[in-house]
Every structure is written in structure tokens, then in C-alpha cells.
Design a protein around this ligand. Structure first.
Ligand SMILES: *[C@@H]1O[C@H](CO)[C@@H](O)[C@H](O)[C@H]1NC(C)=O
Ligand SMILES: *[C@@H]1O[C@H](CO)[C@@H](O)[C@H](O)[C@H]1NC(C)=O
Length: 243
């Protein structure tokens, strides 16, 4: 569809260009210019090229061939193209609106929670660290910032094992995961859990929801287990992402 429309535009462009060159030649008469006949030739060569490219990439011939195979068993139905495009546009608008609403709810909740929070340099707070969940030490005890975190495969998330009621927090290896700024940020941003869940209930087509803090932690919903790379490093740092 995209290829086809861009070629259609290409054709329009050639067309306009042809008209403009001929008319300017007519007006300026004495100027040395490209003879209209040559321009016409180019345009038609260009047009032919466009047509063959469009045929090649739109797969129209293949479609025609396939159609021949099924001709007797298919039914032709008239479709109102304009209506179809309108419907598509409406669906897309609705989809973007829902995503934007979800985002707005998160931003508002984050602002509110941050406002309510009083920074406490000595704050102790155990959170679910994405790498440490379900990890145990030699004695079989949960490690700090870990703990039992129930995960279930979910086909909406590529069959990855997730937890739909909680988010997890990821901190890159080069940051101390109990740093006071991080612990405070993680603490107040717990408020986002219920917004994540609520957003997903309202719009089940949502996939991952995130909150990336300038302090360097990354909250991800649904909760999922992260594993460090082969060197034991968690390189991902939400502050380096383009968004
Ligand atoms: C998510 O994990 C928490 C902590 O283990 C657990 O209490 C909760 O039931 C889990 N949620 C789901 C949907 O499994
Ligand atoms: C998820 O797993 C189910 C059953 O194992 C399979 O039928 C399905 O195709 C998988 N979905 C994805 C997105 O991999």
C-alpha cells in the first residue's frame, strides 16, 4: 500500500513537472531549453518505469494469478473505498487516542505521587528488582531486593512470563540499587502500579508500559524477570534511550 501510494505521487510529480517545463518554454521562447518533445519522452519513460516498479512491488500480477485460481469460488463485493478509508482513519484515531490517554494518566499519577513524596535520605525500602526477583542465595533464602515474584506465560506478551499485577524496577549495573535517590524514586513511583493495571484493563491492546526516571531507574509493567548479559552486566540505562 505504501509503495503503491508513493509511486502514485511520483507519477503526479512527473506530470506536474512536464506541464511546468513546457509552459515555461512557451513563455520564454528565446531561451535555450529542453524541447518539449524530449521532456515528454522522459516523462513517458519515467512513467513506464514507475508502472513496472509498482507492478513489481505491489504484487498485482501475483494477485491476479491467485485470483484466477479461485475465481469460481469467490464472490465479488463492492467496497466503498472512501468509507473504508474513513473507517480505517477512525480506528487509527481511536487507537492513538487510547494510547495518549493511557500516557496522560501515567504522567498525572507520577506528578501527583512525586509532589506528595518527601525525600528521605535514610529511606529503607524493599522493591522488586527486575534482576533479583526469584533469586536465592546459597542457603536458599531470597536475596535482598528480590523475593518471590509470581510469573506466568502470557501470549499477549510474546509468551514471556509476566506478572500482570505488579511492575518491576530495573537499575543498570553502574548504579547502586540502594542509592537514596533511587530508593526514594522507586518508593513514590509505586503509585504507578495501579495506573498500569488500570490502563491495561481499559485498553487490552496495550503492551509494555514504562516509567524511566532521570535518577536512572526504570519501572516496567507487566513485571518480568531480567537476566544480565554473559558478563553479568545490566547495560540497559533508560536515560540513554532516544525517548
Ligand atoms: C504478582 O506477584 C506478586 C508477588 O509475588 C503476587 O502476590 C501476585 O499474585 C502476582 N500477580 C499475578 C497476577 O500473578
Ligand atoms: C504461545 O504459545 C502457544 C502455546 O504454546 C502457541 O500456540 C502460540 O503460538 C504462542 N504465541 C506466540 C506469540 O509465540
Amino acid at each position: 500500500m505504501k509503495v503503491l501510494s508513493s509511486h502514485l505521487c511520483g507519477v503526479c510529480f512527473v506530470f506536474m513537472w512536464t506541464i511546468r517545463s513546457t509552459s515555461s518554454l512557451d513563455v520564454s521562447g528565446t531561451h535555450q531549453g529542453i524541447p518539449p518533445a524530449v521532456v515528454k519522452l522522459w516523462a513517458s519513460a519515467f512513467g513506464g518505469e514507475m508502472k513496472s516498479i509498482a507492478a513489481k512491488y505491489s504484487g498485482s500480477q501475483l494477485l491476479q494469478k491467485k485470483y484466477k485460481e479461485f475465481e469460481h469460488s469467490v464472490r465479488v463485493e463492492e467496497i466503498d473505498g472512501l468509507k473504508l478509508v474513513k473507517k480505517l482513519a477512525e480506528n487509527m484515531e481511536e487507537m492513538f487516542r487510547k494510547k495518549a490517554d493511557a500516557m496522560k494518566r501515567l504522567v498525572e499519577a507520577a506528578e501527583e505521587a512525586h509532589l506528595q513524596h518527601e525525600e528521605d535520605a535514610n529511606l529503607q525500602y524493599e522493591y522488586f528488582n527486575a534482576v533479583l526477583i526469584n533469586e536465592v542465595d546459597e542457603e536458599g533464602n531470597n536475596v535482598e531486593l528480590g523475593g518471590d515474584f509470581i510469573l506466568q506465560p502470557n501470549d499477549h506478551f510474546n509468551n514471556l512470563s509476566v506478572n500482570l499485577s505488579l511492575s518491576v524496577v530495573q537499575v543498570p549495573t553502574n548504579m547502586y540499587n540502594k542509592d537514596s535517590a533511587i530508593v526514594n524514586g522507586v518508593y513514590w513511583s509505586e503509585a504507578l502500579n495501579k495506573v498500569f493495571v488500570d490502563n491495561f484493563e481499559r485498553d487490552p491492546s496495550l503492551i509494555w508500559q514504562y516509567f524511566g526516571s532521570a535518577k536512572g531507574f526504570f519501572r516496567q509493567y507487566p513485571g518480568i524477570k531480567w537476566t544480565p548479559d554473559e558478563h553479568g552486566v545490566i547495560a540497559f540505562d533508560c536515560r540513554n534511550r532516544k525517548w
